[in-house]
Structures are given as structure tokens and as C-alpha cells.
Design a protein around this ligand. Sequence first.
Ligand code: UDP
Length: 333
Amino acid sequence: MGGRVLVTGGAGYIGSHAANALIDRGEDVTVIDRLSTGFEWLVPPAADLVVADIGDTEKLSALLNGGRFDAIMHFAGSIVVPESVADPLSYYENNTVKSRGLIECAVRAGIPHFVFSSTAAVYGSVGAEPVAEDAPLRPESPYGSSKLMTEIMLADAAKADPIRYGVLRYFNVAGADPKGRTGQSAKGATHLIKVAAEAACGKRDGIEIFGDDYPTADGTCVRDYIHVTDLVAAHLLTLDRLREGGESLTANLGYGHGFSVREVLDTVDRVAGNPIQRSMGPRRPGDAASIVADPSKARQELNWQPAHDDLTGIVEDALRWERHLQSRNRDEV
Ligand code: UDP
């Protein structure tokens, strides 16, 4: 392979998996991360780490101008939907404004390929049917809007400048590196499988189910949980496509079927071997009843063939990582 890739947010959950996967296939990787929610120890030892904010455009352009990169994978960003509702302008700053600066630096440095971490939140409320890329884009949170604005900037830049992109819209990413090198480690987790894994490890007293009066089979929300390894594999295929001269692409990343909150928690209980305490709470504002991807485009255009489409395996990997974190933290005390 032998390309040279700048990974923004490479000390975070998905970025660190991508950095590992790129190194595994022989690419040179530089991670840029300000370490606000990421951790230096999650960055693979073979990657160069630049500790900086991507908003520092002076540092960024020096890096890009001197780095001989042929691609950027852009994962850095803020990801908590309710936080974006409470503090929208910081989301537009951190996700949209800084991405604008990054795209500009990339164009100026002549970097031809850009892979961007987007989200199903660009669609807003969807029905029970799987959602395809041509569905209306009606984000319902500043988080979703901040990502959609970046998609638009990239598309416009690609019309005017010699840069091609892949926009990958993630559904619910979960699990951890099956080789145990990295996993979801940020504090203050809000995502279901991570929170449940923490509860199963005794880091929390239990878990609250946010509403069971939705129009779904068991009344709890349905989501399309995708293993981070499959998600990252699609990034590498996107990069290959761009390098081979393929057109820019926007594609969903999910499996095309969903699980309810109760089904996820039943799986966690079964894998952990003992039940976590559940309490029933009110609906969380902004949650849609069901969000499931139509992943046909990624399968067809990228020849993406997921290998971890199995909720039990996702939960096993998440739990293994959670236990690893627990012993790591004990060792550090
Ligand atoms: N959820 C829950 N309890 C929690 C965390 C999440 O019931 O402690 C539910 C949440 O309401 C949603 C689903 O789990 O229906 C997935 O939520 P998550 O925050 O993981 O991802 P989202 O789909 O919001 O991006």
C-alpha cells in the first residue's frame, strides 16, 4: 500500500481503530489530536502523534505542507447530541468551523483525498424503514447540522478544487478492536452499549432505559449497531476507491437491521453472565423510535463486506475492552 495518511482524532475511539487498521496494512500514519477526550496510549506506537487542535491552522498547514500526505481521514469532533443542543455554537465551532479550516488547508497543500466521519443524525427522524442516502436531510440537532454543513463544504470544495472525498454516515458504532489494542475509553459515556458494559463491570449501579412507549415491537428504541472494525474497513475501501481515481462518494455505514434497547441489554446480560440493574425512565428528548441504515450503496460501490454483523460479538468485544480499562485503571492507582 504505502500511502501516507493524516488521521485527525486518532487518539479517540474510531480514529484509533482507523490508525491501527492503516498501520496494519503498511501505511504511514500521523495522528493529530488535542487529547481533550482522546488518550495518547490509544495511538498506535507506529504512528506519529502531533498533539494539537485542528483549529490551529498554522500548525496544521505546516504539517500538511511538509508531510507528503496523500489522504486525510477526519474523525476529530464533538459527538454528544444533547450537549450540542445545550451549547450549539461550540459544536458549530468545533465541528463545522474547524472542518472548514482543515479542508482549506488540505486544498492549499494539494492533498487529493479526504474521508469524513459523518452521521445518521444528518437525516433526523426517519421511519421504521431502512434509510438510504437520498432520503431528505433534516438534522434535528446542532450536532447533525454541524456534520451536514461539513458534508456540504466538502461537496462544494470538490466541485471547485482537485480534492475528492468519501463521506461516511455512521449509524450506532460499538464494539472494540478484536485484537484488544483499543476501544471506547472516553469518560462520561452516554452510548448504550458502552454504558451497559460499564454497568456490567460494576462501574455504574445500573442503567436507565429511556422510554418504553415507542411504536416498536417492545416499546424501546431500535438502532442499527455496527462493529467498529467493519466501520473502519469501509474507510479503507473508500480510500482505495479514491486512490484508484474513483468518484467522491457518500455512503451509510450500518448493517441494515436494528435491535431494541431491551434486546441489547438482554445480550449484555447473557454475555456478562449476570443481569445489570435496569430502571425505566422517561424518553430522552430528541430520540427517534427507530433508525436503521440501508447499506446497499456501501456494499455495491465499495464492495464492503461486513464480517462482524453479530450483536453478541459486538457486546463481547465491548465488554472485554471495558474489563481491560478497569484493570488498567487499577494498575495506575
Ligand atoms: N439509551 C438508553 N439508556 C442509556 C443510553 C441510551 O435507554 O443509558 C437508549 C437511547 O434512548 C437510544 C438508544 O439507547 O434509544 C441508543 O442510544 P445511544 O445514545 O447509544 O445512540 P444514539 O442512537 O442516540 O446515537
